[in-house]
Design a protein around this ligand. Structure first.
Ligand code: FAD
Length: 317
């Protein structure tokens, strides 16, 4: 049976659900090895959290250079591991960090890369949604080790517990990857809400909020959801750009996406139309986003959302 690598994905010191999603899709191809790239001395603790999904092995690569030199060092060590172990494929989470690592590994191993896949078949054919999600593309890497980034939340993760064998591998890092060093870094200030691209539920607000996101945030908090925004809202300075959903923002694929006061421009759809269930709240019955809604509420979001928040809070208590 062939061996497939996934790059284990972490939030802080814990493996994310995305790691289990990568493992689930990788298991169609072969036996799954999760690679943990860790700062010196941190590998064992991180590896202990890689315990969900069909993972048979965990390979821990530790180096102080990962913190000191960042992505170039991580990608360099991962590329050397790929060259040495020749896995059938390498799957990585499709977020900014994952895509940068994937691109560098592809260059260093002279391999083909496919980004933003929403599925990968047993024969390593990747599925992507392009042109704002209007076209489905199936493609295969034809050179080197297939390097594929997979969008978080696209795959239903096998979350059964795993007890993989843990091994260490040495980090081989070239001098070229050490040419720049990180002098300081500041982690993003996190609120109590989940990360937008990994959230199971996203509640987004658009121009219809008229700059007042309080109703959107309260409703999101009642559901334990992340808050997103249309570009109209972020360009107006009503919500941070880091929360923008769409072609020039983030791509989300949650179980539930609730769009409030958002018309449904193609550029917004591009970032959310693979959501499993779409609910639209808009006072204009002709709003184009109703075309792809599973449930629609025609009404003023300032009336609808407080009632929905009260209803959900009452159900929870
Ligand atoms: C190159 C390019 C890239 C872009 N990238 C993005 C992107 O990444 N993400 C993105 O979102 N957009 C993007 N856009 C912008 C996009 O074209 C739209 O302009 C934008 O999505 C509109 O945002 P909106 O739906 O919030 O605003 P509008 O289109 O103005 O819609 C507001 C909606 O709110 C409804 N409404 C008003 N008041 C209420 C109320 N009280 N209650 C309920 N409903 C109400 C209205 O009926 C209307 O449907 C991009 C555009 C370009 C050209």
């Amino acid at each position: 049976m062939s061996n497939v690598f996934i790059l284990a994905d972490f939030a802080g010191d814990k493996a994310t659900k995305t790691t289990a999603e990568l493992a689930t899709v990788a298991a169609r191809i072969g036996a799954v090895t999760a690679v943990v790239m860790a700062d010196a001395g941190k590998g064992a603790a991180l590896a202990a959290t890689v315990n969900q999904g069909p993972i048979t092995n965990v390979l821990v690569v530790e180096s102080a250079d990962f913190t000191k030199h960042g992505v170039p060092a991580i990608a360099d060590a991962l590329a050397n591991l790929v060259k040495g172990k020749s896995p059938a494929a390498l799957l990585i989470a499709s977020h900014a960090f994952g895509k940068e690592v994937a691109a560098r590994v592809a260059v260093l191993t002279e391999s083909g890369i496919i980004t933003d896949a929403v599925d990968v078949a047993a024969d390593i054919t990747a599925t992507q949604l392009v042109f704002g999600g209007s076209t489905t593309v199936h493609s295969k890497v034809s050179k080197g080790t297939p390097i594929i980034t997979v969008r978080p939340n696209s795959i239903e993760a096998d979350l059964t517990s795993a007890s993989p064998a843990v091994e260490n591998a040495s980090a081989e890092i070239s001098d070229a990857a050490r040419l720049s060093a990180i002098s300081s870094s500041q982690p993003p200030v996190k609120g109590g809400r989940p990360e937008l691209t990994e959230a199971n539920i996203v509640v987004s607000g658009g121009r219809g909020t008229n700059g007042d996101f309080a109703a959107v945030e309260s409703f999101a908090d009642s559901l334990g959801a992340a808050v997103g925004a249309s570009r109209a809202a972020t360009d107006a300075g009503w919500y941070p750009h880091s929360h923008q959903v769409g072609q020039t923002g983030k791509t989300v694929s949650p179980q539930l996406y609730v769009a409030c006061g958002i018309s449904g421009a193609i550029q917004h759809r591009a970032g959310m139309q693979t959501s499993k269930t779409i609910v639209v709240v808009n006072k204009d019955p002709e709003a184009p986003l109703f075309d792809i809604a599973d449930f629609g509420v025609i009404g003023d979001l300032f009336n609808v959302l407080p009632q929905a928040t009260t209803g959900i809070s009452a159900k929870k208590s």
